[in-house]
Design a binder for this molecule. Structure first.
Ligand SMILES: NC(=O)c1ccc[n+]([C@@H]2O[C@H](COP(=O)([O-])OP(=O)(O)OC[C@H]3O[C@@H](n4cnc5c(N)ncnc54)[C@H](OP(=O)(O)O)[C@@H]3O)[C@@H](O)[C@H]2O)c1
Length: 321
């Protein structure tokens, strides 16, 4: 079968299309004929950054897919050949076929195309776990996401609004800020021109989803309300930050963080069950929509990575197989 592989650590040009062995489903695994795969910043970091581990020779990137069940293992209970699914995978998505634990599959929502369905799993699982399960976001609270137009950001804004919260965002241009406001954000701040602390301290934020880290950590602690929660999913501005322990104690703040990819299938299966019951109905009601910026054919994965690295995009970048 055809797949995109990371041939070595480096720029987008190290992504090459290769012929690799087609996997066979065993036990509770399903074999998916992949129709579309989401591109995530994590794929770009796995390709380029030594901090994200050594590349195993010919590692196939890709954390989310949509497609059709082509075969099932002997212990599969739920899915049948021909079902349309989307799924969270721990690598291997940029390929013609993928095998995975059946519990990580979700049905493609009725009104969505395969490309749209492939845009859902990684962002929904991440936002659900960090904002709703760990930070326990509640109706009526104020929420801030840095990187408001990232794949994660546009999903976080929509999920918080659908759950009855108030969304605030930072983003790197006026166009991106307008997009966040059009999505329903109360305020979107161009962090390159404005000071988000000055604008958000008077408002007070209950939950922050942060992918920036670095010098934003101290600023985040400053704008959090009493009992505020700060959840990290990356630290693109720097892994080391200073914290003001007095701020934390005085306001009873909680700092958390998580990385989805290395977690066990059992952990992810529990999230999948919750998401299908609590988030999927909001997609069916069109309160949450996938936002796609551009679709590339699989063999143009390097161009998809170049676009992501340019940070011009708003929402998701998708590969069609
Ligand atoms: N821990 C987890 O489980 C998990 C899961 C999924 C994603 N993530 C993380 O969440 C973040 C968003 O992922 P995504 O796939 O949605 O990414 P994405 O669509 O590529 O968006 C990233 C955006 O972040 C903004 N940004 C802010 N500071 C940045 C910096 N120092 N370097 C580069 N971009 C910066 C950029 O927009 P501006 O123009 O606004 O700056 C950029 O477009 C990534 O950092 C990713 O690694 C973590």
């Amino acid at each position: 079968m055809k797949a995109i592989v990371i041939t070595e650590k480096g720029g987008p040009e190290v992504l090459k299309i290769k012929e690799v062995e087609k996997p066979i489903p065993r036990g509770n695994q399903v074999l998916i004929k992949v129709v579309a795969a989401g591109v995530n910043r994590s794929d770009v970091l796995s390709r380029s950054s030594k901090a994200y581990g050594e590349t195993i020779a010919d590692e196939i990137p890709g954390l989310e897919i949509s497609g059709i069940v082509q075969a099932v293992g002997p212990d599969v209970e739920r899915w049948k050949v021909g079902n349309r699914i989307c799924a969270l995978v721990a690598g291997g998505g940029y390929a013609a076929y993928k095998v995975l634990d059946e519990r990580l599959c979700l049905p493609v929502p009725r009104a969505l195309s395969f490309a749209e369905a492939a845009a859902l799993p990684e962002t929904i699982f991440t936002v659900w776990y960090n904002v709703f399960k760990t930070a326990k976001f509640k109706e009526g609270e104020n929420f801030l996401v840095h990187g408001g137009t990232s794949g994660i950001g546009v999903m976080a804004i929509q999920m918080v609004l659908a759950m009855g919260g108030n969304a605030f965002a930072t983003a790197g241009s006026a166009e991106k800020c307008k997009f966040c406001k059009d999505l329903g954000a109360t305020m979107a701040i161009n962090y390159k021109e404005e000071d988000f602390v000055e604008l958000l301290k008077p408002v007070g934020i209950d939950v922050i989803l942060d992918m920036t880290g670095g010098e934003n950590t101290l600023k985040n602690l400053e704008i959090l309300n009493t009992d505020g929660r700060l959840a990290y999913i990356n630290a693109m501005n720097g892994l080391k930050s200073e914290i003001n322990i007095m701020d934390m104690m005085r306001k009873r703040l909680q700092l958390t963080g998580s990385m989805l990819k290395p977690q066990t299938d059992d952990f992810k299966a529990e999230l999948a069950w919750e998401i299908e019951n609590l988030v999927w109905p909001l997609i069916e009601e069109e309160q949450i929509k996938p936002i796609i910026y551009k679709v590339f054919p699989l063999d143009k994965a390097a161009d998809a990575h170049r676009l992501m690295e340019s940070s011009q995009h708003i929402g998701k970048i998708i590969l069609e197989v």
